[in-house]
Design a protein around this ligand. Structure first.
Ligand code: ADP
Ligand code: ADP
Length: 227
């Protein structure tokens, strides 16, 4: 995994009326390589803003953003992202969705097919590669989305409420499966969730953001015995 460092990160948005909204107000956070961090907090506290900045989808107004010890500019090659919505391309097969990052990077698609099929099998989707996303359940599509995020073995996995749209039972199974996957990958994970239960179960460290935008209320080390 890679380390992440945020130093006094400020993010301001301008509204249509020209008013400035401070989504992050001087956030500082150090994440060690291989650490699994969960970020919780009330709606509007800046969780998605933080993740979008780390994913390179947005830029901090001021402050330091480092991934793997170097300033982050734009989408980072070491970062894989999973959102609440799976964003699978409906006209592509599940396998071709998983292989999308490989194609975008101009790498040899064929050479990566066995790895993609193995990943799908790892998350319980063996035999579903040829199906279209619409033929899968919500949980299965989210699993495929995770496969697409990790096909390139990212040093940093960013997840924004990946299970937020799933029913309780599916969600519980996904949490267990994600833990198994992470124990094998050992990459750094930043996991945004509304579920304090899944945060405590999965993470080494739980960060609670304050309703005051992007301030840390609580930084808690979780010491659970791992399987
Ligand atoms: P959540 O609480 O689940 O993160 P939000 O509704 O706060 O969901 O945000 C979802 C997305 O919409 C975020 O990526 C955010 O950047 C964007 N967003 C949130 N508020 C606004 C806004 N006032 N104007 C434009 N985009 C927004
Ligand atoms: P969370 O994910 O914790 O719900 P967000 O990061 O989505 O919070 O939003 C933090 C604050 O920034 C909110 O007040 C939200 O309305 C605002 N915001 C987020 N994205 C935008 C945007 N693109 N334009 C304007 N305001 C935004």
């Amino acid at each position: 995994g890679v380390s992440v460092r945020l130093g006094a990160v400020v993010k301001e948005f301008e509204t249509e009326t020209g008013e400035l909204i401070r989504a992050l107000d001087g956030l500082s956070l150090d994440v060690a390589a291989g650490e699994f961090i969960a970020i919780v907090g009330p709606s509007g506290c800046g969780k998605s803003t933080l993740l979008n900045i780390l994913a390179g989808l947005d830029r901090a107004s001021t402050g330091l953003v480092e991934i793997g010890g170097a300033p982050a500019r734009g989408p980072h090659p070491e970062a894989g992202v999973v959102f609440q919505s799976d964003y699978l391309l409906p006209w592509r097969s599940v396998l071709d969705n998983v292989l999308l990052p490989i194609e975008i990077k101009g790498l040899d698609r064929k050479a990566h097919v066995p790895a993609a099929e193995q990943l799908l099998a790892d998350v319980g989707l063996a035999g579903f590669g040829a199906k279209k996303p619409s033929e899968l359940s919500g949980g299965m599509r989210q699993r495929a989305g995770i496969c697409r995020a990790i096909i390139q073995k990212p040093g940093l996995l960013l997840m924004d409420e990946p299970f937020g749209a799933l029913d309780a039972l599916t969600r519980e199974q996904m949490i267990i499966d994600l833990q198994a996957l992470w124990l094998r990958l050992g990459n750094t994970v930043i996991f945004i969730t509304h579920g304090i239960d899944e945060a405590v179960f999965l993470a080494d460290r739980v960060i609670v953001l304050s309703p005051r935008p992007g301030r840390i209320d609580l930084d808690l080390k979780v010491d659970m015995a791992r399987p």
